[in-house]
Design a protein around this ligand. Structure first.
Ligand code: ATP
Length: 620
């Protein structure tokens, strides 16, 4: 790992102060413990055992030398030195392996916490919030390893650091057996870097907006480079260098920031060296003097000199760096949990939606803005969708059609006004039971890298329900139900955009078969070819007949089939009625319809059997 990254955490005094202040390391050790108690207990036990070994070896070596001098039996002292030496050599690598494993488990525990807190809120505002998105990148650094090493790497070094630190203190205690002040003095001088270098700069601003922005961009560029969906455009638009450069620049900027933060000041370093030389010189002189004057035996000299050298481990700066690096994302994860809840969670009602009789939907004077300081997307909107009827919503890009759907699915609550179903405020309903009543095919539907079966019914359904839904969506012969819909899996297949859309429609239709009473179709046929659209949409209409259906579409050939159509503009409904009524009214709907019909009419020669022109203009 690059030294710059290792140094990024700053120097000991700074990390110690920071850690103590923020409780980062307590949080880290708490999470380590929660991640795997058994492994964590062994990890700690090995720290204690390994810390005992160096001072024990110093004592045993002195004993061995004394025994040689006295001419006694060497078997036991030699065996003791051998065992201690072997343990020192073997426990280290074992401990590192264990620490890597514990680091992986701790990362997984942190990931679990992040995932749980991302999916737990009832709404989705926290996932669309730009500031939280920055924190997300920082929080995932224990995995990404962009500004700091991954936790699996840190854990081994933290263990070694702790071993050194404790072994140093124990060695000082051994030196106290020679002269109490000598042990204390050595402890103080070797601990002095922690104090003297306190003014050196740590990377205090690692959570600044600048760091967050670099981190986010670096991560984004990385995903662009390695994710398959972006691969086509990256190549066609010649963006490969741009992507690589963006990643390199952002990462370099992060390293530069951390390097700036670690630059040590000269004077404290000189002073630290002076303190170390003087302190160690004094103890060395005392040892030599005692040995020369006969105050100290050769055995004692070997023991205390060995222990005196061992005290130096107290100065181990690395321990602080690794602990600071490893701890860094932990508070972000901890803070993200309440932050996401505060932004994304919505009050939960208790009334079950399962027994709603009719599913009439009413928007009453509904206003909505995504942020308090942004323009209203919906502004005093009134709209009623009678139970068992279909309503199509049309309007220009950005008119707020999808936003209205989000309110209906209770992914957000209105800023003002109320959305009711059968007269009950959506906020009084249990959100899960309400969503259980909804079957939806979204514009940006999810392409699950799962078998076809799970793509149609993620939470499980009998195969005949799945097959029927696929048939209704015109995807009966797509693949066997067990086929994974991704080439990235053995035996998997890739689907075209239109085929994927049919799968998304089948998902909604399977939900209808299992009892959903409200159907949301947001651009359900946008990716289907013209003939496919007409055929699939007829079947969807049949399958959803008698249900309350909301259809958002720019395709008027689809829209015209709805019982009623509303035109959304300026955050309100400006026209509503059946296709015939709106055409007769001669307003915005008629204009939009005729514009699209004319466009298709121009293309008639190019696509004679498309059938769309006839469909659009059929009963004009
Ligand atoms: N999460 C969000 N945060 C802030 N603004 C948003 C968010 N989602 C949408 N918007 C804004 O709200 C407005 C309405 O968006 P919406 O997606 O509802 O429009 P739409 O009518 O469905 O558009 P289209 O026909 O292009 O799909 C747009 O100006 C959009 O930029």
């Amino acid at each position: 790992m690059a030294i710059a990254t290792r140094l990024a955490g700053g120097v000991p005094r700074a990390w110690w102060a920071r850690l103590r202040r923020s409780g980062e390391w307590q949080l880290l050790f708490h999470i380590i413990w929660q991640a795997d108690r058994r492994l964590a207990a062994v990890w700690w036990a090995l720290i204690v055992l390994r810390a005992l070994l160096p001072p024990a070896l110093a004592v045993a070596t002195g004993w061995l030398v004394g025994t040689v001098q006295d001419g006694g039996s060497l078997t036991v002292p030699l065996a003791t030195v051998g065992v201690l030496f072997t343990l020192i050599q073997t426990l280290g690598p074992l401990h590192t392996e264990l620490a890597t494993n514990l680091g992986d488990r701790t990362s997984a525990a942190l990931q679990d916490r992040l995932l749980t807190s991302a999916v737990a809120p009832v709404g989705i505002a926290h996932l669309e919030d730009p500031e939280l998105a920055g924190d997300f990148s920082l929080a995932r650094d224990f995995d990404l390893g962009i500004t700091a090493p991954e936790l699996r790497t840190c854990m081994g070094y933290i263990a070694s650091g702790l071993v050194n630190f404790v072994a140093g203190i124990l060695s000082a205690l051994v030196v106290c057996g020679f002269r109490w002040w000598a042990g204390l003095l050595l402890l103080l001088v070797w601990a002095s870097p922690h104090l003297l270098l306190r003014e050196s700069v740590a990377w205090k601003d690692w959570r600044s907006d600048e760091v967050k922005a670099h981190q986010r961009h670096a991560e984004y560029a990385y995903r662009m480079a390695v994710d398959a969906p972006a691969a086509k455009e990256i190549r066609l638009f010649g963006l490969a260098d741009w992507t690589a450069q963006r990643f390199t620049e952002r990462r370099r900027a992060l390293l530069e920031l951390s390097l700036q933060a670690m630059r040590l000041r000269e004077r404290p370093i000189r002073l630290t060296v002076l303190v170390l030389v003087v302190g160690n010189g004094l103890v060395a002189w005392a040892l030599a003097h005692a040995a020369l004057t006969g105050d100290l035996s050769l055995s004692g000299l070997v023991t205390y000199a060995g222990a005196a050298i061992g005290v130096s481990a107290v100065a181990s700066l690395e321990f602080g760096w690794w602990l600071a690096d490893a701890s860094r994302p932990v508070p972000v994860v901890a803070e993200l949990e309440p932050a996401m809840k505060a932004i994304g969670d919505l009050p939960v009602g208790t009334t079950s939606a399962r027994d709603l009789p009719r599913h009439e939907i009413r928007f009453e004077n509904v206003s909505f803005s995504y942020r308090a300081d942004s323009r209203p997307i919906l502004d005093g909107l009134d709209l009623t969708i009678p139970a068992g009827t279909s309503l199509a919503i049309v309007g220009q890009n950005g008119a707020g059609k999808t936003t209205l759907i989000k309110l209906l699915a209770r992914l957000y609550d209105p800023t003002a006004g109320v959305v009711r179903v059968d007269g009950i405020d959506l906020r009084d309903l249990d959100p899960d039971s309400w969503r259980g009543q909804i079957a939806a095919a979204f514009q940006d539907f999810v392409r699950y890298q799962l078998p076809l079966r799970e793509n149609v019914a993620p939470d499980g359904a009998p195969d005949d329900v799945i097959r029927k839904a696929l048939e209704q969506a015109g995807a009966a012969d797509l693949a066997a139900l067990d086929t994974v819909l991704s080439k990235q899996f053995a035996g998997g297949i890739d689907l075209s955009g239109g085929q994927w859309q049919r799968v998304a429609l089948a998902r909604a239709l399977a939900a209808v078969a299992r009892g959903a009473k409200v159907v949301i179709l947001d651009e359900p046929t946008a990716q289907l070819d013209v003939r496919g659209e007409a055929e699939v949409f007829d079947r969807i209409l049949q399958a959803t007949r008698g249900l309350t259906t909301i259809l958002v579409s720019h395709r008027f050939s689809t829209v015209r089939h709805a019982d009623r159509i509303c035109v959304l503009e300026g955050g309100r409904v400006v026209e509503i009625g059946s296709h015939d009524e709106l055409m007769a009214a001669g307003g915005r709907y008629k204009t939009m319809f005729e514009l699209q019909a004319a466009r298709f009419a121009e293309g008639r020669d190019l696509d004679e059997d498309a059938g769309l022109v006839g469909e659009i203009g059929g009963d004009r």
